[in-house]
Write a protein that binds this ligand. Sequence first.
Ligand SMILES: [Zn+2]
Length: 595
Amino acid sequence: MATTDQDIRWDLTDLCGDTEEARGQWDGVVARSQEIAGRYRGRIAELDAPAWRELLDELDELEQEASRLQVYSYLRLSMAATEVDANDLATFSRERSADIENALVFVGLEWIAVDDGRAEELLAADELAPYAHKLRVERLEKPYVLSEPEEQALNARRPVVSSWQALHDRQVSTMEVPFDPGDGEGPTPHGVSQLLSYLYRPERELRRRAIDTLYEGLAPRTDVLAAAYDALVGDRLTTDKLRGYANPMQPTNMANELDDETVEAMLTAIEESYGIAQKWFRAKAKLLGLEKLALSDQYAPIGDPRRFSWDEAVEIVDSSYTRFSPRLAEIFRDCLDAGHVDVLPRQGKATGAYCTAVSKEILPYVLMNYTNRLRDVSTLAHEFGHATHNVLSLEAQTWRSHRTGIPMAEVPSTFAQSIADDYLLENESDAGTRAALAADRLENAFAAIYRQTVLARFEQRAYAVRADGRALAAERLNDLWWEENTAYYGDALELPDGYRMGWSYIPHFIHVRFYTYAYSFAQLVALLLYRRYREEGDSFAPTYLDFLRAGGSASPADLVAPFGLDLRSTDTWREAFAELDQFCDEAIALSSVPG
Ligand SMILES: [Zn+2]
């Protein structure tokens, strides 16, 4: 168990004094947004470049004020989910955010309405350079925006769409089946995530029973889960048609600033390299002394990692960052010194880990649930990959242009994790820890690259079936899921029949279509950058820091161009798999050493 000296908690004073102060400040920001609206509404088309710049700077400042209060409210809730005061503030903050958004929505709408020639003139002006990319991206939506009454009618169906999503969520979250984890207490009610957590346990029989129990629980619900998905896919296809989108992936690709060719080149290269995963599954079967791996063995632990104290984790991240670039380590230490990390799990505290940017003036905040596991060390390195990206991009960019979509946001975090993992592999003498680290790193990469791609291909096929006038009944979805998964696993892994229902509880299909491939993208780009770093050595870091500083000021393709990467080329993506294949061989070698 952790000792009390590690019970390091957030110091929120950089954000706000207390909830009363936050409420007062929210009201101030709302009033300012309304005042800005009073000055500019209906006038956007008349603004020249200097006047535009003035407005954008004003909005940038206002958004950072709102962000500071939003983060304060969010962190309060993360520390105590059931605290009344924190919940009241969260509700209050949501309402004030909506007020601000409503007051300022005209800016984007009027900007899109500016005619193309005039917009190009403005975008070429020096004054607008820091904002130009984001302004351009906003205008890409123009051909797909409908008339005001049409947009209002589409908005009016939002509650119905949410009801289908809520129905799905409720079906999954209320699923409880009796399961005996073998702890001597007998069978107790188990939910989806609890059952899935047993897949990481060393006992084979426990894993197998957990996964069978999951499918038994899902079976009576798949009809309703399929009906919810069918309704949502049908709705999305209908609105896509009204808006004029060419394919169901286009809205997601546009939000990610990736063109259809890039995404397809990547997915194709990923599918071509399914063999790397299959090689690992065969090797893993041998390591576990099995003839063949079953699905429930996929995440069975390899190696026996030792424990890591918080101080040791800090030391590992600090040293590994310093070796790459002292600037990154400096940001890490600044955040720790400022009290912007909350370390231990506590009753009522949010689970998992995250990093949140605040503003140009205030360092980001990081939430951890540190329990001395090897995995927690990687998580710390990952979250501070986000933090260093936030700090450097906010130094160089405006608030608006520092932000990136998920595909680019997860690159620095994944890269930072590689820096720490490699450092650990070089310096760790315990064989069981080294084996576990190499296997974890590989399996995390597989989960991000391959599994997310299987999910995206499944979605593409589901939309195609529905667009072709066939309903997405459970049995049909089972077939599509099975086909995409057998392509991935090949004959290297035995899939139980119940796995046909594996699509049914995945929330991304329901909430954000084609959400998952962004993680494949980020993982592969991080691998490519890491390969460049290993080839180039120390001369790589300055280019990489410039990439961090660029934030979201350019498209992903332009952001990675200085590294000589051409994202539209399948060959680029193939290069990433040379790196992954090497990870795989390393993991096999390290795991085979008797520890
Ligand atoms: Zn992340």
